[in-house]
Design a protein around this ligand. Structure first.
Ligand code: DGL
Length: 276
């Protein structure tokens, strides 16, 4: 069902940090005239090492803010937040549409010739019951090697997309997949496409690497429909350091001229803020 044209305002997109830009980039291409607001919860990144309860608290605070700003569709551009919060968010805000980000287990099963599939995700996604259920539902009888890739997101957040340390870390995380003989691997974290060459290098040329952000953006674009041509707008907010995020966006995405605002929620929920 499409959203009512007469009442819609903007699409809210969030992630723990810069990973959701991989989804936002696709969304901007599909909906060049839409009003978009991106929230990077940088002060609390990475989510992958947080508890499900912490991730839910952050997701609620962010969603509340995005709705207050006029969001009628919320894209959870984060596998970890989707795994731990999407059900609770949908239940709490039944009138709001949510599009989540989940690894494409089904396409991976279709793509794999040998039935051995690898999934690279954050430690928290790797442990989630939602991921287990997804695998049981779509990949019964297949051999799925799930690797929680601790530490990778920290490098990407810091703007390191190619250092020897990161290459070595990626190789370590890919080793169990290589050992299992997977012929297909899924990037199960929205940060990971930003270092796709490193995954490819570590997995080798015989492995098919699948990403999900285009499908997520397409789903959101289908729900939203076309926008009036004068509505285009992008607002970016962060719970971390706006200047640092602005520099990251310019350096990695080549997005200059996007003003980044600080988001300091008044309803701070008591979680310790990590120094940005
Ligand atoms: N980009 C997020 C994901 O897709 C979260 C990464 C993190 O903060 O650990 O899972």
């Amino acid at each position: 069902m499409q959203i009512d044209l007469s009442t819609r305002r903007e699409i809210g997109v969030f992630d723990s940090g810069v990973g959701g830009f991989t989804v936002l980039r696709e969304l901007r291409a599909l909906l060049p005239h839409a009003r978009l607001r991106y929230l990077a919860d940088t002060a609390y990144a990475p989510y992958g090492s947080r508890t499900p309860e912490e991730i839910r608290m952050r997701s609620f605070a962010i969603t509340e803010h995005l709705i207050a700003q006029g969001a009628q569709l919320i894209v959870i551009a984060c596998n970890t937040a989707t795994a731990h919060a999407i059900d609770a968010l949908r239940q709490h805000w039944p009138a709001v549409q949510f599009v989540g980000t989940e690894p494409g287990i089904k396409p991976a099963v279709a793509a794999s010739a040998n039935g051995r599939i690898g999934l690279l995700a954050t430690p928290s996604t790797a442990r989630s019951t939602r991921l287990r259920a997804l695998i049981e539902r779509h990949a019964a009888g297949r051999e799925i090697t799930v690797q929680g890739c601790a530490g990778v997101v920290d490098h990407i957040e810091a703007g390191d997309l190619a250092s020897p340390e990161l290459q070595a870390l990626v190789a370590r995380h890919c080793a169990p997949l290589v050992e299992a003989g997977v012929d297909t691997a899924l990037l199960g974290c929205t940060h990971y496409p930003l270092i796709e060459p490193l995954w490819r290098e570590a997995l080798g040329p015989a492995v098919t690497l699948l990403r999900i952000e285009t499908a997520v953006a397409r789903r959101a674009a289908d729900l939203w429909g076309p926008s009036p041509s004068d509505a285009a707008h992008l607002a970016v907010e962060t719970s971390g350091n706006p200047d640092a995020l602005q520099s990251w966006m310019a350096a990695v995405l080549g997005w200059t001229g996007v003003n980044v605002q600080a988001w300091r929620p008044e309803n701070a929920n008591g979680l310790p803020v990590q120094t940005p």
